[in-house]
Design a protein around this ligand. Structure first.
Ligand SMILES: Cc1cc2nc3c(=O)[nH]c(=O)nc-3n(C[C@H](O)[C@H](O)[C@H](O)COP(=O)(O)O)c2cc1C
Length: 389
């Protein structure tokens, strides 16, 4: 088995989240969000998109391997950019899953899945240029529907791909409903290449159910489930449910904010910390280690007038918190926390709620609660209201 990795999430799983996730629970591999490629862009591959690969020595100091993902409507520019990356990466992934209308309108992302024959030609052309096992592909189960799914999988039969990752929804489904893992398993049975599954893995129970049913799968990637429980990768490895001291949760959230800020305000110093090995080891639930990281990060940050963390970084921390809060005890789901407009107020609000819990039990249990799945699928709140949050 290739193992469990962090799924690509555009606008979310940038370098700061990848660093933070690696010290939180160490996914074995991580996939970059797609880099959009056209015949004129990028002239130079932006370093900040994948410093793990593009900065000498940096990847060696991190615990995960990085898979670079590109999105492109034509084989030519894709191959050209992929070849440049193959100096640093052992293979490159092609995004055939993005559902955004602007992307699909240009024939990229899941737009490549419309016609199985054209899809086959695209992939064969890229493989002929890049070589066996230099290309991985990530797909959905279809465009409008999964009616032609078997044809799509047939289009890949016999091709020497490094791996195929399948998000078990069609483009039309976007993120609604649940992923179809039977279809993922079908591809794993049909194709003689490693197949990875993606969609709705949020805890140990689901993970093991998938693996027992899906015995032919080579790996899985976890996206939103890792935002809901950032400790999930360790939990899946050990089978032990995560219980963390409230103060370690606060320190971990602070470290994410500080990494984001360092990445935006002082990238060179952040890369320096990486090269020194600051992010090589897992911190997991170790409060002292989170504190130490916090001090190291604070030391490289410039002084802001009003707040340590800019509004832009705060927005990203809140995005993570919006997911994470649904795995925490009820009081932390409080929407007032997300309404804080200053970082310091946001942090204080979290502390106040966590301190109240601390008096009952200093360790907080993280648990996935299905009744909040609708939030992350972009669906409306189900009726009747099943809770009072
Ligand atoms: C905010 C967001 C951004 C995403 N960006 C990408 C992307 O850049 N490339 C890609 O292949 N998939 C992308 N995906 C899809 C995920 O990689 C994954 O396949 C999907 O979310 C289902 O897995 P999950 O239920 O574990 O989140 C994105 C998903 C989300 C929620």
């Amino acid at each position: 088995m290739d193992g469990v990795g962090l799924a690509p999430m555009e606008g979310v799983s940038d370098f700061p989240l990848r660093l933070w996730m690696s010290v939180t629970s160490q996914p074995l591999f991580q996939v970059t969000p797609f880099l959009r490629v056209t015949s004129t862009y990028p002239k130079n591959i932006p370093v900040h998109w994948a410093p793990e690969l593009l900065l000498k020595g940096l990847g060696d100091k991190l615990s995960y391997s990085l898979v670079p993902q590109l999105m492109c409507p034509e084989p030519g520019p894709f191959v050209e950019t992929a070849k440049r990356l193959l100096d640093q990466a052992s293979f490159v992934e092609l995004n055939c899953g993005c559902p955004a209308p602007v992307v699909v309108g240009k024939g990229a992302g899941s737009g490549l899945l419309r016609e199985p024959a054209a899809f086959h030609n695209f992939i064969s052309t890229c493989l002929a240029e890049l070589g066996d096992e230099k290309l991985a592909v990530k797909i959905r189960t279809g465009f409008e529907s999964s009616e032609r799914y078997e044809e799509l999988i047939g289009a890949l039969k016999g091709l020497p791909l490094k791996r195929l990752t399948i998000h078990g929804r069609t483009r039309a489904q976007k993120y609604q409903g649940y992923a179809n893992w039977e279809q993922i398993q079908y591809a794993a049975r049909e194709l003689g290449i490693p197949v990875h599954g993606s969609g709705d893995i949020t805890d140990c129970g689901q993970f093991h159910a998938r693996l027992t049913e899906q015995h032919k799968l080579a790996g899985v990637i976890i996206g939103r489930g890792s935002l809901r429980n950032p400790w999930i990768f360790e939990e899946l490895r050990t089978g032990i449910k995560t219980r963390i001291e409230a103060k370690a949760i606060v320190a971990a959230v602070e470290c994410y904010a500080l990494i984001l800020e360092a990445f935006s305000a002082n990238q060179e110093e952040l890369y320096g910390l990486c090269l020194e090995g600051t992010f090589t080891q897992k911190i997991h639930a170790d409060y002292e280690a989170w504190q130490q990281l916090r001090h190291q990060l604070k030391a490289i940050l410039p002084r802001h007038q009003n707040s340590l963390i800019s509004k832009k970084s705060l927005g990203k921390v809140k995005m993570l918190w919006n997911y994470f809060r649904s795995s925490l005890p009820l009081s932390l789901f409080n929407p007032k926390i997300l309404r804080c407009t200053r970082y310091e107020d946001f942090l204080t609000a979290i502390k106040v709620h966590l301190e109240a819990l601390d008096q009952v039990d200093p360790r907080v249990s993280l648990s996935w609660q299905q009744n909040y799945d609708w939030i992350y699928a972009g669906e409306k709140r189900p009726k009747p209201k099943s809770d009072c949050r």
